[in-house]
Write a protein that binds this ligand. Structure first.
Ligand SMILES: Cc1cc2nc3c(=O)[nH]c(=O)nc-3n(C[C@H](O)[C@H](O)[C@H](O)COP(=O)(O)O)c2cc1C
Length: 173
């Protein structure tokens, strides 16, 4: 079984721009036989309310959104993009509402205190939900941004999660 080490997020160098935009991440949530994952590239890491946080943007129609809503936690999984390109694309195309995406993949589900994550990830952020808020049309200050990104008004939910554990695979330290 792959070993993960818990690190203080302050000691980890991770460029959020290249990780999110080029590498992408997998958001995972759920429990029991209802665990699902989806690819995401919008979000960020930072400090808020005196806590280390991650924030993610999830459209209402995502099945993963339902599972995030039903859970106290979610995990963010960062995998080697070249090695797992096929899976990252598949998780970003298919919906867990139609098929068991994790079972269809070759990836291995693991749990950190009941929070699901992938054994194959290089880095895993275990996040506890702190807040959820939906973006509104009238919150945009730049003209055209809402129409361009939300032609069907499916405004993202923004989840802020406290990073409870920042896990790094032993061989990736
Ligand atoms: C590179 C990439 C980035 C994505 N980023 C997001 C994102 O940040 N938020 C989101 O709601 N959907 C995003 N998606 C789309 C979801 O991954 C996709 O709709 C997925 O099929 C949802 O799966 P689900 O219904 O099983 O939750 C992205 C897809 C790709 C390929």
């Amino acid at each position: 079984m792959t070993k993960f080490i818990k690190l203080d997020p302050k000691t980890v160098y991770m460029n959020p721009f290249s990780v999110l935009d080029d590498n992408w991440m997998l958001i995972m949530a759920g429990s029991g036989d209802q665990v699902n994952t989806m690819t995401a590239s919008w979000g960020g890491l930072g400090v808020l309310w005196n806590k280390n946080v991650a924030y993610i943007f999830v459209r209402p129609q995502r099945y993963t959104r339902e599972l995030i809503d039903r859970s106290d936690h979610f995990s963010l999984n960062i995998l080697d993009h070249e090695r797992y390109k096929k899976e990252l694309e598949y998780f970003g195309r298919a919906s867990g509402r139609d098929e068991d995406k994790i079972a269809q993949s070759q990836l291995t589900l693991a749990y950190s205190q009941e929070v699901p994550y992938f054994q194959e990830a290089d880095r895993v952020l275990i996040c506890r939900k702190l807040s959820k808020q939906q973006i509104t049309k009238d919150s945009f200050l730049e003209a055209g941004l809402a129409a361009k990104n939300y032609p069907i008004d499916d405004f993202h939910y923004v989840y802020v999660g406290e990073i409870e554990d920042f896990l790094i695979r032993e061989d990736k330290i």
